[in-house]
Design a protein around this ligand. Structure first.
Ligand code: KG4
Ligand code: ZN
Length: 350
């Protein structure tokens, strides 16, 4: 089956066509992503109003290109999927309404996809990863450790009590006068910094749960920076190195706790899967390798273009749900909040 996927929950306007074969394997036929980074850069973060307007302006063209690049027409499509949340509500409304219109006009089923579910299932598109697996999702808006047990069957084992990891990178970059998005900039500076010069806290370290808290780390970094202001280039590099090291140590510790909980409740995971923009960080990838090795499981990290927000992941999640008969009515509401463990699953209501 072939599914069109639309993603508009944050600052990427994206659409894709993905094919799911009867044996469960997937293939991307087209994947078009228009990033709005430049529209938001001057503000140091995503401005919801600007994002929603940009989605309206771009989406029709992006969908047309996705269908055209795949060499298909709407007739060839078996379903229309859109991210119906969680995310910035203005953008979600644009994507979901467009999907409803395409579904209605072409008489195709609508699949309202949870954006986090799409991140969670991407490893099955790229690597045919088998259930159950442990997902580490780290992006600008989310930091979660999730047991992925089946389609629509997710158990959140850990989350952040305050900032998301990507958000912490972005705030650190802003504080140190680096550009937006902050992750890649902090990573670049950290690579040339002295990791031993500053000592920053490792919040939640050693706790048996798998939750994160990053606001204390952010404050500690700000206090260190204020002590030595004005900052030289070396100061910035060293602060970035200390910050990234603290984040890595925290991820290691929190994921160890998550893996332990997973084993106790669900047995051995088939893989440790990383997703979200933060997984593009090379130092973080190294520690994920180490962790997977230590846990005797495989590490699956989809390529960067499929780790960050994209249409293919929405199309794929739509295809996986459609294959199980999960479709949604045309009056499905967009949702700013939508916890992953509340999505519907085959054979169950909810
Ligand atoms: O998944 P994503 O593209 O969008 C959502 O937030 O949904 O993730 C973007 C986040 C930003 O906060 C960005 O700073 C972070 O991922 N990021 C990184 C790196 N590349 C992107 N964080 C750390 N290191 C990186 N290399
Ligand atoms: Zn995302």
């Amino acid at each position: 089956m072939i599914v069109l996927g639309i993603e508009t929950t944050c600052d990427e306007t994206a659409a894709a066509l993905v094919e799911r074969r009867d044996d469960g394997r997937g293939r991307i036929l087209s994947n078009i992503v228009l990033s709005q980074i430049e529209d938001h850069a001057a503000f140091g973060g995503v401005v919801p109003e600007i994002a929603a307007r940009a989605h309206v302006e771009a989406l029709d063209v992006i969908v047309g290109k996705a269908v055209g690049d795949a060499g298909k027409s709407f007739d060839d499509i078996d379903g229309v999927a859109a991210a119906a949340g969680p995310g910035l509500i203005g953008g979600v409304i644009v994507g979901l309404t467009t999907a409803k219109a395409i579904a209605l006009v072409n008489d195709k089923p609508l699949i309202a996809v949870n954006h986090l579910e799409a991140h969670a299932l991407t490893a099955r598109l790229t690597d045919a990863t088998q259930f159950p697996y442990l997902l580490f999702l780290a992006s600008g808006g989310h930091t979660q450790i999730v047991a992925v047990r089946g389609i629509g069957d997710y158990v959140r084992l850990g989350t952040t009590l305050d900032d998301a990891i990507g958000e912490a990178f972005d705030k650190t970059a802003k504080l140190l006068g680096l550009g937006y998005p902050g992750g890649p900039q902090v990573e670049r500076e950290a690579a040339r910094g002295d990791v031993t010069r500053f000592t920053l806290p490792r919040p939640m370290f050693g706790r048996p749960d798998a939750d994160f808290s990053l606001s204390g780390l952010k404050t500690a970094l700000r206090l260190e920076a204020e002590k030595i202001a004005p900052l030289s280039e070396k100061d910035v590099r060293d602060l970035c190195a200390a910050f990234q090291q603290a984040i890595c140590d925290v991820i290691m510790d929190r994921l160890r706790a998550g893996l332990k909980i997973f084993r106790e409740r669900f047995g051995t995971p088939s893989a440790l899967v990383a997703a979200g923009g933060v997984a593009a960080n090379q130092t973080i990838r190294k520690i994920l390798h180490k962790l997977a090795f230590e846990a005797g499981t495989a590490l699956v990290v989809p390529p960067p273009a499929l780790c960050t927000d994209n249409g293919a992941m929405i199309a794929w999640a739509g295809a996986e749900r459609l294959a199980h008969g999960l479709v949604d009515p045309l009056d499905t509401a967009p949702r700013a909040r939508w916890p992953l463990d509340s999505v519907s699953r085959p054979g169950a209501k909810g």
